[in-house]
Design a protein around this ligand. Structure first.
Ligand code: AMP
Length: 553
């Protein structure tokens, strides 16, 4: 495995320490949002970007921030960059990302959010930090205590701006921006662009570059006719889920797409550990090495390829039956490109995508682009898996009975029939075969994804243990109104039932926090409720109503 330079990123004008960090992380190519956003940000422009989670937007703003940083500037100076995010999970994630990308620069980054003991934050702030990643409430708190000075900030990033507004952080954001120098660079990312976001951009950004990952629809004949499905699975269970799906699907030849080389190596190892003949294919390999791997796939001695997009470029294998996305590709176009590798010439094909709950929006974007449905499936249970393995054992026996010459084994059978019943002997043979093929390896159930445990102001979660998400037919809706507006559960039930025609019985768990509320409704009625609520008011207000977006970790 050679360590080629990260050409794609080098072309974006990033400094050597960052390129080297990206190479270590196994990033081979910038994602579309990174390709478009990094150069103008490095040049110092303001920017408004429409991009959802999973597109690589964190690196799109974090790399330019790191590019312009003077690490370890005077200890008494304030941070040089401030990233505002809506939730504590995101504060942790973004802060970790900045730390990973900036490792070789020795960057000091601090996540700052409510619910965390303030003492630790104070200590770190006193010692000096280069980048602060925080939720607006807690950042403002520090400004008011005069423990955070923003006079040296060169770049402010508003990440997931629509979420922050929905959570009622608009005023906090204004107050924070007022503390930063007017000459700062301002970057705003948002999954959606409602007028309120536009208004913030107009008031606080200076002639920003605008990036929309706008997409033209794909014409139907560019798409193969294949089965497309997706599984929602939380990150820690992804490898186990992949193994289980492969066990049930039993593909003749499949390619598993990963984002990074690191991931390719890790997945290959896990699959080999599970008894598959899997081979890694990534951009760091020479053409010769790749050709050999491809030869083994064509010859049938390898059944699974695990690859990055770059490595799979130009790959053409007739036998492929399955394309599996280990995570949602960063751009819908990449999805179309990947699945184009199966279902050629009318052959059977199948595209399977593993998605974290927070990446569901990306699945929707792909559906819009292709005009085809991606069916959400339930992960196979341990019972499904056992049944499937028994079926495979049965099929193997049937095939052997039909095609093999079994005479040479008769001597074994004859020596046993004196003592044992023939049926019992057959059962013992089945058991041995079954176990040799992996049998009922001890498997635990993989839990369905849980909603995030915390958000600022959220007190626990409603209806613990109750299945939710479109798989179970129940959807949680977010209402941007809460206790502070005097909201009570009966207001929500009254408004929903009155406006959408849903009966009160069909409304599930309701959770009201200070600033927002979550309400469970049947998935089939979710759109009707959302549309109806847009036309009406609750306690004299017209709050945001939309599907709840999970951001679990
Ligand atoms: P984000 O949309 O920022 O949440 O990023 C989604 C995931 O993609 C994260 O796990 C990143 O580590 C990963 N990622 C971001 N950019 C790239 C890239 N250019 N190549 C491979 N993986 C990436």
């Amino acid at each position: 495995m050679t360590d080629e330079p990260v050409e794609g990123f080098a072309g974006l004008g990033l400094r050597a320490e960052l390129l080297s960090a990206l190479s270590t992380l196994g990033y081979e190519e910038p994602t579309p949002i990174q390709r478009e956003a990094i150069p103008p940000l490095v040049e110092g422009h303001d920017l408004v970007g429409q991009a959802a989670t999973g597109t690589g937007k964190t690196a799109a703003f974090a790399l330019p921030v790191l590019q312009g940083l003077t690490p370890g500037a005077a200890d008494d100076a304030g941070p040089q960059a401030l990233v505002l995010v809506p939730t504590r999970e995101l504060a942790e994630q973004v802060s970790q990302a900045v730390h990973r990308y900036g490792r070789e620069l020795g960057v000091r980054v601090l996540p700052v959010y409510g619910g965390q003991p303030i003492g630790r934050q104070l200590q770190a702030l006193r010692r000096g930090v280069d980048v602060v990643v925080g939720t607006p409430g807690r950042v403002l708190d520090h400004i008011e205590r005069e423990t955070l000075r923003l006079g040296d900030v060169r770049t402010v990033v508003l990440d997931e701006a629509d979420e922050m507004l929905d959570m009622g952080f608009a005023e906090d954001i204004e107050a924070i921006l007022a503390e930063t120098p007017a000459t700062r660079q301002t970057v705003l990312f948002s999954a959606t662009m409602p007028p309120r976001i536009d208004s913030i951009a107009r008031r606080h950004l200076n002639d920003p570059v605008r990036i929309t990952m706008g997409r033209k629809a794909v014409s139907p004949d560019e798409l193969p006719l294949i089965r497309q499905s997706a599984y929602l699975v939380a990150r820690p269970h992804r490898t186990a889920a992949l193994g289980r799906i492969l066990d049930v699907e039993a593909p003749a030849a499949a390619i598993v797409f990963c984002r990074t080389r690191e991931e390719v190596d890790q997945v290959t190892e896990a699959l080999n550990g599970r008894g598959y003949r899997a081979e890694a294919l990534h951009g760091g390999m020479s053409q010769d090495q790749r050709d050999r791997v491809m030869g083994r796939l064509r010859g049938g001695s390898t059944e699974l390829l695990v690859a990055t997009d770059v490595a799979a470029r130009g790959l053409d294998v007739e036998q492929l039956t399955h394309v599996i996305n280990y995570n949602v590709p960063a751009a819908p176009e990449a999805y179309v490109h990947r699945i184009g590798r199966v279902g050629r010439a009318g052959r059977e094909g199948c595209a399977i995508t593993l998605a974290e709950p927070r990446e569901q929006r990306m699945l929707k974007a792909i559906e819009r682009l292709t005009g085809q449905r991606i069916t959400l499936e339930k992960l196979p249970t341990v019972t499904d898996l056992r049944a499937r393995r028994l079926e495979l054992t049965r099929a193997a026996l049937q095939s052997s009975l039909e095609t093999d010459d079994l005479e040479r084994y008769r001597v074994v059978l004859d020596s046993l029939t004196g003592e044992f019943d023939v049926e019992d002997i057959a059962l013992a043979a089945v058991r041995l075969l079954h176990e040799a093929a992996g049998g009922d390896a001890d498997e635990k159930e993989i839990p369905s994804p849980e909603p995030p445990a915390e958000r600022p102001g959220r007190a626990g979660r409603a209806a613990p243990g109750k299945a939710r998400g479109s798989q179970s037919g129940v959807t949680r809706l977010f209402f941007g109104i809460g206790r502070q507006a005097g909201l009570r559960p009966q207001d929500l039930v009254g408004a929903i039932a009155g406006e959408s025609g849903l009966s009160a019985r069909e409304i599930g768990a309701i959770q009201i926090t200070d600033r927002f509320s979550l309400v469970e409704v049947p998935e089939s009625a979710a759109d009707t409720v959302i549309m109806a609520m847009r036309r009406s008011t609750i306690r004299g207000r017209r709050p945001t109503v939309r599907r709840e977006r999970f951001t679990p970790r």
